[in-house]
Ligand binder design. Structure first.
Ligand code: AGP
Length: 616
């Protein structure tokens, strides 16, 4: 085949040279089981514990006992719940961890929710946008609501539909036709031994077990029972009695055949092991995860690089930490390949759609592959006829499946809410592409693999202890500033996110050159200021900005390959050249972790945050 001459040909070519998994993975606080096991209650409670990392404020379980439903729900943490308390014989149960959107954090608002005569139980992720209108309609028919949630209308609407049909699955389907919004729903009825799930926008995955079926928003819920999965796509419904399973189109009822897929993540990878928290485990794993990200098929990296070169405009989008990876890539493409790319936060992409052409390329970057703003950016690009390349961690996620082509970073499961190893994997992949654009893929790969071995040396117990000491010293400060220049500027922004989200310290990142245009007014005696420094042509500038901070009384902490009198404290990092941003962010991740722990916060589950942000 001739070398691809434009983005479309490149994507087609990529599809030919690489095996594309057509259907795969994951995502937020839903788990259900139906089958021949008699410990369904216990099983779903344990599964929920494996979904804890997503962030939630209440939990609940509904078990089918003969022709009655037993609901247990509460605010607080599922980790303190004893699964043994759910040992009554039961073959069908659903469970949920709720992150309050509609209605406060109360036991009453926790899922599952029931209908009027407690025969239908429902758990739900997402938002039913027209719930107020439907609630009024149902109240006019005599339905009484016990919670403030949008979810509670679901069992009541199914109850209404059951007046027209005897078939529970058909009633669920008809009820769903009344809902607008994005949702994932699990429901059962006391009159049948059937678990029904529907999905529009909120991920659901089926686990195929030896003794029944599991349905969850995320694979870790059932990973200890099975690694064989089937993915529910948007607009689909699945019905199972534990022995057989049927996937259909939610709208038409037409049957959809499904493949069974074996997932590659191991149970150990998804567990904390010897570490006190997932965040620390995932930080320490970077010596391996970056190497896995680098170990990509070289031909596909080259084709992607060529596609960027041929594209009429390349746009890079992501949210939060993934957006900072995109920002770093803007510098990689500029410095390494002399090529301009357009970077925006995915939530802002809508405003820039005018610049998209059918021959433009949108590169989306995401750990979870489920972020709503990123999905919206993808729809906008597709509507313009542009191609979408996804750089994601979770195989089979919605972004993976909806992109024209996906490059997996292979970081393994990332469970702490704070993204760490996914970021460095994303940056490594983007840097390789930048090198490939100037026919220097091997140079880029060698640089990154050398960086991996330097990170391996760096992450030793003495180094971690030094970072813990620094955290000890600065933990009581309520403001902290981080400066960077060139590719260390996005890392300063990322440092702020990391410190904010886990320690709740007010942290802000700046381009070091911006200090004198305003932020330096914030500096007081002993304010901790971290400078992210490399060993390149911008080093003198950022050193001089650090001296300015010190002159105003700041307590300066330099993360740099070389010590300098500008630093009150020096945290040594290896000299990684163009990969310095990847190296410099790692001590910050460790520091953020210790700041959280020392301030008595749980770094894995920060307040108000969820691992996957599936709402806009
Ligand atoms: C990272 O520490 C954050 N919790 C958050 O900013 C995250 O990076 C963002 O929500 C994007 O998520 P994604 O990578 O799964 O798309």
């Amino acid at each position: 085949m001739k070398a691809p001459a434009n983005v479309k040909q490149s994507i087609d070519f990529l599809r030919q040279i690489c095996k594309i998994s057509a259907l795969k993975s994951q995502m937020c606080g839903i788990f259900g089981y139906v089958g021949s096991r008699s410990d369904a209650g216990q099983l779903v409670v344990n599964g929920l514990k494996n979904l804890e990392y997503r962030g939630y404020d209440s939990w609940g379980v509904a078990q089918k006992h003969g022709s009655t439903v037993a609901v247990t729900k509460d605010t607080g943490k599922i980790s303190s719940v004893n699964a043994e308390d759910f040992s009554e014989e039961c073959g069908l149960a659903i469970a949920h961890t709720r992150w309050a959107t509609h209605g406060g954090v109360t036991q009453q608002n926790a899922h599952p929710h029931l209908n009027s005569n407690s025969t239908i139980a429902v758990v739900h992720n997402g938002i039913i946008e027209n719930y107020q209108e439907l609630r009024n309609e149902l109240m006019a028919k005599g339905h009484v609501f016990l919670s403030e949630t949008d979810t509670e209308i679901i069992p009541h609407m199914i109850e209404e539909e059951l007046r027209q049909t005897d078939d529970f699955a058909s009633a669920v389907r008809n009820a769903c036709h009344r809902f607008t919004g994005r949702y994932g729903i699990l429901a059962f009825h006391t009159e049948s031994n059937t678990l029904v799930a529907t999905r529009t926008g909120s991920p659901l995955i089926v686990g195929v077990g030896d003794h029944g079926y599991f349905i969850a928003s995320d694979i870790p819920a059932f990973m200890e029972h099975t690694k064989v999965v089937q993915y529910l796509d948007d607009g689909e419904m699945v019905v199972t009695d534990g022995q057989s399973i049927l996937f259909t189109d939610l709208e038409t009822g037409e049957e959809h055949p499904k493949r069974e897929i074996e997932i590659t993540w191991s149970v150990e990878e998804a567990q904390k092991g010897e570490y006190a928290h997932f965040m620390l485990k995932e930080i320490m794993e970077q010596k391996d995860s970056i190497a896995r990200a680098v170990n990509q098929d070289e031909q596909q990296i080259q084709v992607i690089a060529d596609a960027i070169r041929n594209a009429q405009g390349t746009f890079l989008v992501g949210c939060g930490t993934a957006h900072k990876a995109c920002m770093a890539a803007e510098y990689f493409f500029s410095v390494v390949s002399g090529h301009h790319v357009n970077v925006t936060s995915a939530g802002e992409f809508k405003v820039h759609h005018h610049f998209l052409k059918p021959d433009s390329l949108l590169i989306v970057v995401s750990q979870s592959g489920e972020t709503a703003d990123v999905l919206e950016a993808m729809s906008i690009a597709k509507a313009k006829g542009a191609k979408v390349l996804a750089i994601v961690n979770v195989e089979g996620s919605t972004i993976d499946r909806e992109a024209d082509y996906t490059l997996l970073i292979n970081a393994g499961p990332e469970r702490a809410v704070a993204s760490t190893k996914a970021l460095t994997g994303q940056m490594a992949v983007l840097m390789m592409i930048a090198y490939a654009m100037v026919e220097k893929l091997h140079e880029g790969k060698t640089l990154l693999l050398n960086t991996v071995s330097m990170i391996n040396d760096m992450l030793n117990p003495r180094y971690i202890a030094l970072l813990e000491e620094v955290a000890e010293e600065i933990q009581h400060h309520e403001d902290l500033y981080i400066i960077g220049k060139s590719w260390n500027y996005p890392m300063a922004l990322e440092s702020a996110i990391k410190i904010q989200e886990v320690s709740y310290i007010h942290a802000e990142g700046f381009a070091s050159s911006e200090l004198k245009h305003g932020p330096i007014a914030l500096i007081e005696e002993e304010t901790p200021c971290i400078a992210l420094v490399g060993n390149d042509e911008v080093t003198p500038d950022i050193i001089s900005n650090t001296i300015e901070l010190k002159a105003r009384g700041a307590r300066t902490i330099g993360i740099a390959p070389k010590n300098n009198e500008a630093f009150d404290t020096w945290i040594k990092v290896p000299d990684a050249g163009a990969a310095q941003a990847i190296v410099n962010i790692i001590p910050i991740q460790v520091l953020a972790y210790f700041l959280a722990v020392k301030r008595g916060k749980d770094p894995d589950m920060p307040r108000n945050l969820a691992k996957s942000v599936t709402v806009k």
